[in-house]
Write a protein that binds this ligand. Structure first.
Ligand code: HEC
Length: 136
């Protein structure tokens, strides 16, 4: 009898836990998705401005002079070996290589708002392209 009581108490606890706990930790609403997409688009647009002359540089060179609309940049191939850097690099490191060389400026922190915005823009221009890490 005692065992029976313990088992039913256990069953009740399990049932209550299943009903009361969210079934997964990553549940989100349509409003969440809308807000997150808007945040992304706003950062992407900042990147677009930086790319088209908005980046502080030590000369008058801007990214779009060599990469019109970023469409000749291949973010889907990163990480990959870059001969300029002599190692397998992430996209932000190549952005910094161009900031230091063509635009003759100081490299940015890889987690800076500017690098994140530039990456958001560069990736957006290639949306839908299949990932091909390491490809040349
Ligand atoms: C004077 C021309 C020039 C300018 C201006 C320039 N780049 Fe580049 N960029 C290059 C060259 C050359 C490469 C090397 C191409 C390669 O090795 O595949 C390159 C490569 C890159 C790559 C890697 C491309 C890939 O597909 O692997 C990224 C990312 C990049 N540039 C971003 C930028 C950004 C951001 C700016 C502005 C801050 C910029 N570039 C300005 C000439 C330029």
């Amino acid at each position: 009898m005692k065992l029976y009581k313990m088992m039913s108490a256990c069953l009740l606890t399990c049932t209550l836990l299943t009903i009361c706990m969210p079934s997964s930790a990553d549940q989100f609403t349509e409003a969440d998705v809308k807000r997150w997409t808007n945040e992304y688009m706003s950062v992407m647009k900042q990147g677009e401005k930086l790319f088209h002359g908005g980046l502080k540089a030590n000369n008058t060179v801007s990214c779009d002079q060599c990469h019109p609309n970023a469409t000749n940049i291949h973010p889907e191939t990163y990480p990959k070996f870059q001969k300029q850097l002599g190692k397998v690099a992430v996209l932000g490191e190549m952005i910094n290589w161009c900031i230091m060389n063509p635009t003759e400026s100081e490299p940015l922190e890889l987690d800076s708002n500017e690098i994140i915005a530039l990456q958001a823009y560069i990736h957006y221009e290639r949306r839908g392209v299949a990932l091909q890490p390491g490809k040349h």
